[in-house]
Ligand binder design. Sequence first.
Ligand SMILES: NC(=O)c1ccc[n+]([C@@H]2O[C@H](COP(=O)([O-])OP(=O)(O)OC[C@H]3O[C@@H](n4cnc5c(N)ncnc54)[C@H](OP(=O)(O)O)[C@@H]3O)[C@@H](O)[C@H]2O)c1
Length: 257
Amino acid sequence: MEFSGKTLVLSGGTRGIGKAIIYKFASKGCNIAFTYNSNEDEAKNIEFDLVNQFGVKVRYYKLDILQPESYKELFKQIDEDFAHVDYFISNAIISGRPVVGGFAPFMRLKPKGLNNIYTATVLAFVVGAQEAAKRMEQNGGGAIVAISSTGNLVHTDNYAGHGNSKAALEIMAKYAANELACKNIRVNVLSGGPIDTDALKKFPNYEEMKAETIKRTPMGRMGQAEDLAGTALFLCSEDSHWITGQTLIADGGSSFT
Ligand SMILES: NC(=O)c1ccc[n+]([C@@H]2O[C@H](COP(=O)([O-])OP(=O)(O)OC[C@H]3O[C@@H](n4cnc5c(N)ncnc54)[C@H](OP(=O)(O)O)[C@@H]3O)[C@@H](O)[C@H]2O)c1
């Protein structure tokens, strides 16, 4: 019953890892405020499905993480729909045109693409977590999770821009954890190995990368979005009440092979 009646705010709930996480939280009775960027129809379907399956309150909102300050307006809308915010998960990631020059081999990296990835990964986390923390403080505390990836530990083709921003995100989360602990707000990072989502399918060498990932994953298969959802729930649960400022890796063992 721990999650029943609580509220999770999550960015990027229409696909992949974010979608798996909101289904997991809703299955535990948690109310859900999630964001979409381009897939409004899918957001609507998910809202309908979650309400029908789990009887929780669900709302979806448009957000562009390339405009981090827009989190302020988003949280004002959430205030009108939900009495409190208990958990915030910074999950959304950009792809396609905005990452041109950022998702590339080192010699083809360009400042604009790299800056976009930094904005979407680190700056969006900062503003989103600040707004969430203001609400959590009023309610006696909460938990914040940033989604990272092991691309800052293991070389991944074209991933220098993302890997470097994920490394910065992990340090930012440590600072947030240190400074928010006195408000009973924990901040942690969930770092995943390669997960079979749309983001990964956009890699030019997707099939080759998938085969290679399976080969170097001791658990013997590709990670699925659902493989991260339980760990995200754990990092928000009372069972992890003494964990803050940490990065928890869920990768089937692939970062040590
Ligand atoms: N896939 C992996 O291998 C992997 C591994 C470890 C960690 N991660 C991390 O896990 C997180 C989710 O990744 P994923 O693979 O699930 O991604 P994904 O399948 O590509 O989904 C991306 C999500 O972000 C939203 N989004 C896209 N552009 C946006 C923008 N400009 N502003 C706001 N939201 C935007 C999308 O919304 P719309 O559908 O509405 O456009 C979608 O909900 C990311 O932080 C990623 O770095 C991924």
